[in-house]
Design a protein around this ligand. Structure first.
Ligand code: ADP
Ligand code: NA
Length: 331
């Protein structure tokens, strides 16, 4: 039996979006205090695609500021950045030798990210799910809160743990559970409702950033693409309406409720009613966080101190697990 322990992370590869907030950070905060929680800024993952070195250091601080501003508390959760805990990369190498090339070939996110020019993608981008497995298993984490897009990678993590345990005849790594629940598992962009809202999306208008001010948030929701129909009378009416469903799910996630309850509150409402209500709700929830983020970003040295102290706590858990892994492997 493994002690319940949560691990998750976010790449510092661009500004945090509403997708990161609702699909990840808000849920990280919700799990804090319920079990042991470890939250990472996964900077080693960011460099799988080119990052300007100066920008990268700042983005790492910005993700940390997002964590802190949203309510993660360094006295309740371990908050740190991946590159300060060498055990991740060391276990990642061992897992590169456990995972099979065929498993990596099935990862849909690599296909999306590498696009038509996979030959030119970094080897790191290809192997990244194996490092992600190490991020999780170097803490023997049992629960990983993630958005829908990461489900396949957490399943791969389970496959790596199972193959390691089988090959070395041990019961050493747990079968980690992905925690994918609630209305915010796949927030779509505001332009077409068919692609996930992402830091790296083409235009700023298609995503809400955690640092956007009230005016920007309102403007972006006002311009969000929808069909011309009003909201349905029941939630089933959202089935083949991706843009409408996305806005209702965003509302539900921001308001800690369900799409059913949102539809019950606005049955048959037109967009002229619903979009401003959504914008007001988003501003009420996000504006205080963006103010706090800016306050943290004014004191980068303090963020660095928090990350350094979290890294020390992380190493205290990871290093002994890595040492045992080396012993099992015969290294
Ligand atoms: P991004 O996809 O924005 O580059 P990451 O890959 O670092 O961000 O993802 C960090 C976490 O945020 C993951 O758990 C991911 O599933 C979640 N996430 C990112 N975008 C969304 C989204 N649009 N909807 C729900 N969750 C998301
Ligand atoms: Na992602």
């Amino acid at each position: 039996a493994f002690t319940p322990r949560v691990f998750s992370g976010i790449k510092p590869s661009g500004g945090l979006t509403l997708g990161n907030y609702l699909g990840a950070i808000k849920r990280f905060v919700g799990m804090q205090g319920q079990m042991e929680t470890i939250y990472c800024v996964v900077d080693m993952h960011a460099i799988t695609v080119w990052q300007d070195p100066k920008e990268l250091a700042n983005m790492t601080r910005e993700v940390a500021a997002g964590y802190l501003a949203a309510g993660l508390d360094p006295s309740q959760s371990i908050l740190f950045n991946q590159s300060q805990v060498a055990a991740h990369a060391e276990l990642g190498w061992i897992f590169n030798c456990v995972a099979r090339v065929g498993w990596m070939n099935r990862m849909t996110q690599f296909k999306d990210k590498a696009g038509s020019n996979a030959e030119k993608a970094s080897l790191g981008l290809y192997a990244y799910p194996s490092l992600m497995a190490a991020d999780i298993l170097v803490y023997h984490a049992t629960h990983v809160p993630v958005g829908e897009d990461q489900k396949q990678h957490v399943e791969l993590t389970r496959d790596i743990a199972a193959k390691f345990n089988h090959d070395y005849k041990v019961d050493f790594f747990p079968a980690t559970e992905p925690v994918i629940e609630g209305p915010a598992m796949r927030i779509m962009n505001l332009r077409d409702g068919t692609k996930k809202m992402s830091k790296s999306g083409e235009s700023d208008m298609e995503r809400i950033n955690m640092t956007d001010d009230a005016d920007k948030i309102a403007k972006k929701f006002k311009k969000a693409k929808t069909d011309p129909e009003p909201l349905p009378e029941t939630v089933e009416g959202l089935a083949s309406r991706p843009e409408a469903r996305n806005l209702v799910e965003i509302y539900a996630a921001l308001d800690d409720t369900t799409p059913e309850a949102v539809i019950a509150q606005y049955p048959g409402a037109g967009w002229g009613t619903f979009k401003p209500a959504l914008a007001d709700l988003a501003v009420a929830k996000l504006a205080p966080i963006s103010v706090e983020m800016a306050r943290f970003m004014d004191d980068p040295a303090e963020i660095d101190r928090i990350l350094a102290s979290g890294s020390e706590k992380a190493r205290a858990i990871a290093d002994p697990i890595l040492k045992q892994t080396y012993d099992i492997v015969g290294l």
